[in-house]
Design a protein around this ligand. Structure first.
Ligand code: PNW
Length: 449
């Protein structure tokens, strides 16, 4: 257990937790919600580790008041949730479904009443199935549809949301959803999935314009980043590291910050049309950074279809996901962003950071998760170090408030500060919840060091 006093953060530093719609809401057939690609995928045999689906998940749709009370008790200043596109437009196009907007309207009001700033992500991977049937993110039209949906949400919530996030982790959506097929929609196109990158970024740029027209912002995107550790010291190893860095860290950032696509990625003029890069580079107010771990990269074996090979980074404790616990990687990543993009880098918020452990209530009915406390303590200290390095970090959101439905891992991975018993939906704060509450209280509102 950490014993050193918590680091201090600048006044106004945003303390938050994150969730996403399909992972917590359930109520998939209520109030006119349409089907998403994740409903289809989860209901297809063999796709999810435990055969589970998000049909009920944490039943947050019916229990959101209780969950807002948990946020208030934690003392966070912000809550990052996602809006389910199929609740707003069941078929992905057309007028808004009022009952869908009503749910998020109530959630936003309840958050504000509890003193918690609503941070809304417009897209956390739950594409309306009819849009996938029309080509999904391989189709340019989906970008236009996304902006029209953003407009509908902004028209209703634009007066109260304190930070807008267009897309969550377009890299993971492209690579696991359309590249390797581990996520919905389950397509296996490898590098032929690149148009999915461009159409998501184009959708982001068009949505930024829609949000600017309707709201005072601020506007962000949440990218997943992983510092690259080159394993091996040959030129081929270094070239593999650079190739992976272009794909994971630069493909979704260079064009946002006005540099166009990295060499060797998107050059096809039938995909990238005149004017697109200017749309994508519309200024954003905040760059959301989701960080979990560094990636080990080395030269591929001969005949590999990929220009790199991924390998475990050794020398760290590991989570239940077998991900290394590497807070130094967060400091390294923030330094890399600042060093690579310089003054073009907007202020940063850590929009996800967290870990899965095999948490179960003990004989006392409580969940003791000292590993998660150590994880959060280490990563907060890494953010403090990055601030001292001169990176403008404005907030830190823990993934996640609740144990929830972890995509292809189903219910087998628990990321929450609050334990959920899925049989009863009982919520039990873990010891990390109490630790974070006390840490926020001890650091909140202090003057900058
Ligand atoms: C993120 N990977 O997903 C998501 O934004 C969350 O919805 C998710 O629950 C959380 O991280 C924990 O996994 C990721 O394979 C999924 O590298 C997979 C990967 C990374 C992030």
């Amino acid at each position: 257990m950490p014993t050193a006093p918590p680091p201090q953060f600048p006044a106004g530093f945003r303390w938050g937790v994150s969730t996403s719609a399909y992972q917590i809401e359930g109520a998939v057939a209520e109030d006119g919600r349409g089907t998403s690609i994740w409903d289809t995928f989860a209901h297809s045999p063999g796709r999810v580790a435990d055969g589970s689906t998000g049909d009920v998940a944490c039943d947050h749709y019916h229990r959101h008041r209780e969950d807002v009370a948990l946020l208030a008790g934690l003392g966070v200043t912000a809550y990052r949730f996602s809006v389910a596109w199929p609740r707003i437009q069941p078929a992905g196009t057309g007028p808004a479904n009022p009952a869908g907007l009503d749910f998020y309207d109530r959630l936003v009001d309840d958050l504000l009443a509890a003193g918690v700033d609503p941070v809304a992500t417009l897209y956390h991977w739950d594409l309306p199935q009819p849009l996938e049937d029309a080509g999904g993110w391989l189709a340019r039209d989906t970008a236009e549809r996304f902006a029209a949906y953003a407009d509908l949400v902004a028209a209703r919530l634009g007066d109260r949301v304190k930070l807008w996030i267009t897309l969550n982790e377009p890299f993971v959506h492209m690579s696991l959803g359309y590249g390797t097929g581990e996520h919905a929609p389950g397509r296996t196109l490898l590098f032929d999935a690149f148009p999915v990158a461009h159409h998501q970024l184009l959708g982001h740029g068009l949505a930024v314009a829609a949000l600017r027209a309707r709201t005072a912002g601020p506007v962000a995107i949440a990218n997943n980043y992983s510092p690259v550790r080159v394993l091996g010291d040959t030129d081929a190893d270094r070239a593999a590291g650079a190739a992976y860095e272009a794909l994971h860290n630069r493909l979704f950032t260079d064009p946002l910050l006005g540099r166009g696509y990295p060499d060797g990625t998107l050059a096809d003029p039938s995909v990238v049309r005149d004017g697109d890069l200017a749309t994508i580079a519309a200024p954003i107010d905040v760059l959301g950074v989701n960080y979990y771990n560094p990636t080990g990269v080395r030269a591929p074996a001969e005949g590999s279809p990929l220009p790199f090979e991924l390998a475990p980074v050794e020398g760290y404790p590991r989570t239940a996901f077998d991900w290394p616990v590497a807070p130094d990687g967060l400091r390294e990543l923030l330094g890399w962003l600042r060093g690579t993009y310089g003054d073009a880098l907007p202020p940063v918020e850590i929009t996800e950071s967290g870990c899965a452990y095999d948490d179960r209530p003990g004989p006392d009915g409580r969940v003791h998760d000292p590993e998660r406390i150590a994880y959060l303590d280490g990563h907060l200290r890494a953010v403090r170090a990055a601030l001292d390095d001169g990176v403008d970090v404005r907030g830190y959101f823990v993934w996640s408030l609740l144990d929830n439905w972890e995509w292809a891992e189903g219910f087998t991975k628990r990321f929450g500060l609050v334990h959920v018993d899925y049989a009863t939906q009982a919520r039990t704060p873990k010891s990390s919840y109490a630790w974070l509450r006390d840490t926020i209280a001890a650091t909140r509102g202090e003057p900058a060091r």
